[in-house]
Design a protein around this ligand. Structure first.
Ligand SMILES: Cc1cc2nc3c(=O)[nH]c(=O)nc-3n(C[C@H](O)[C@H](O)[C@H](O)COP(=O)(O)OP(=O)(O)OC[C@H]3O[C@@H](n4cnc5c(N)ncnc54)[C@H](O)[C@@H]3O)c2cc1C
Length: 417
């Protein structure tokens, strides 16, 4: 197998996961990350189904398990904190996952694990990005933001939802390939208090508002605000200053009830603030010549799917497998990556948006009805029973085998706690 020189743009989850496989099988891999240091931030993310199987094949299962967030499940509360319904995590290792996955982990911890597993044989360049590139049948020549340039066999855009590599390979005047879900979210961390236990809480408020709180360590609690609103002017708020964003979310959630005042107070001083429009990335173009897209850049399924990180790890595994299988025929490798992985993406992006919107009602009356349905479903233990006795833990799409990747099974290599 020829050794390829590969540049990956983006050091989030997908980029380092691909680098892991390629560098461990003899390729020369560089990751260029726009952020000046390892961007080990973000809130709680989860791994499910095939994503868990991929980290096992990477040999990272033990180290990931040692960093899992201890979350028992999710409880739905009313204005007075009364729990109406509870869905517990399925930690039996059998059947499907529930709302809380068996593998909940802070994004920062996962990013650090991937970095620790790769930095000995992958070159990381921080504070730099791909300014532009040109390609022919033989190579891709990349010009970087620091003025330097280099030539590669392959360029991978793993630069997230707003990917610039994607913009460069799509037709010049095309719109961003976003499927907008009519939903916006913000999250931040506040000090944990004695009422914050390991059961996450979800609360609905009239006006299409939902609040979630979950705690991931002894001192911090995460707060999430979700807003159902598809007015066309709203997405611009995510490009405004943090101060303007906080004013907006404060105005829209003022008086929403439950612990809103505490959460808004904590928002003022938080050092972990993030807000975004909830979208899916849907494009037919995952590669052009020797440039390919991976992770959120190609196929973000949205945080509501719970499959963003899993999708990025499965995509990295399939892409690395196809590259190694056809290292002397990259056009074929990239075409196969699309053919093999696209059915998985179609499956996880298949979200019923109308149903999702019904779950965040506009009126107090709608909330009452929803609470009653949730209470009844949980009283009958339907979520637990459905997940335990579900035959399919992973959906219909099966993870392919790539013996070319020298998988590690349960063994942890090169990793220290
Ligand atoms: C800071 C941050 C916080 C997040 N928090 C959450 C969360 O709390 N919950 C959740 O479900 N998902 C979160 N996500 C998204 C989640 O990580 C992804 O949906 C998923 O893991 C897929 O990973 P990815 O590598 O494709 O994208 P990402 O994890 O978004 O990684 C993309 C990487 O590319 C870098 N990048 C972007 N543009 C360029 C460029 N032009 N040149 C070089 N590098 C570039 C980014 O800095 C980032 O490191 C977050 C993403 C980021 C970047």
């Amino acid at each position: 197998m020829p050794s390829l020189k590969v540049l990956i743009c983006g050091g989030g989850c997908a980029g380092p996961a691909l680098a892991y496989w390629l560098a461990n099988t003899g390729h020369n891999v560089t990751i260029v990350e726009r952020f000046p240091v390892l961007r080990a931030t973000g809130a709680q993310i989860d791994l499910r189904g095939q994503g868990i199987e991929v980290v096992k094949r990477m040999g990272l299962n033990d180290i990931i398990r040692s960093k899992l967030v201890d979350e028992e499940g999710t409880a739905f509360v009313d204005l007075n904190e009364n729990i109406g319904a509870t869905v517990l995590a399925n930690k039996s290792g059998k059947g499907a996952q529930t709302l809380t996955s068996e593998y909940e982990i802070m994004r920062g911890d996962l990013i650090r694990i991937f970095y620790d597993a790769t930095h000995h044989n992958v070159k990381y360049i921080f504070g730099t990005t791909v300014e532009n590139f040109e390609q022919d049948d033989q190579s891709v020549t990349v010009r970087f933001s620091d003025g330097s340039s280099d030539t590669y066999d392959l360029l991978i855009g793993a630069d997230g939802q707003g990917s610039r590599i994607r913009k460069a390979i799509l037709s010049p005047n095309s719109q961003e390939p976003y499927r907008k879900l009519g939903m916006h979210m913000a999250y931040w961390f506040i000090p944990r208090d004695e009422t914050d236990d390991n059961l996450s809480r979800s609360y609905l408020s009239p006006g299409g508002r939902m609040i979630k709180r979950r705690s991931h360590n002894e001192t911090e609690t995460q707060v999430y605000f979700f807003l159902k609103d598809d007015s066309p002017e709203l997405p611009s708020i995510h490009r405004a200053s943090v101060e303007t964003q906080k004013e907006f979310w404060t105005r829209r959630f003022h008086g929403a009830g439950w612990q809103t005042s505490r959460f808004l107070e904590g928002m003022k001083t938080t050092e972990n603030w993030y807000c975004q429009e909830v979208v899916q990335v849907q494009t037919d173009t995952w590669y052009k010549g020797r440039v390919a897209l991976l992770g959120d850049a190609s196929s973000c399924p949205s945080p509501f799917s719970g499959m963003g990180t899993t999708g990025s790890l499965v995509g990295a595994y399939v892409l690395a497998g196809e590259i190694n299988r056809h290292a002397d025929d990259l056009p074929r490798a990239l075409a196969n990556y699309d053919e093999v992985f696209r059915p998985f993406v179609d499956e996880v992006q298949n979200i019923n948006v109308s149903l999702m919107k019904l779950a965040i009602p506009e009126t107090r009356w709608g909330i009452t009805i929803l609470h009653f349905i949730a209470w009844l479903v949980c009283f009958l233990r339907i979520p637990e029973l459905a997940s335990r006795f579900s035959k399919e833990r992973d959906g219909d799409w099966k993870l392919p085998d790539y013996p070319e990747l020298n998988q590690k099974g349960e063994e942890n290599r090169n990793i220290k706690n």
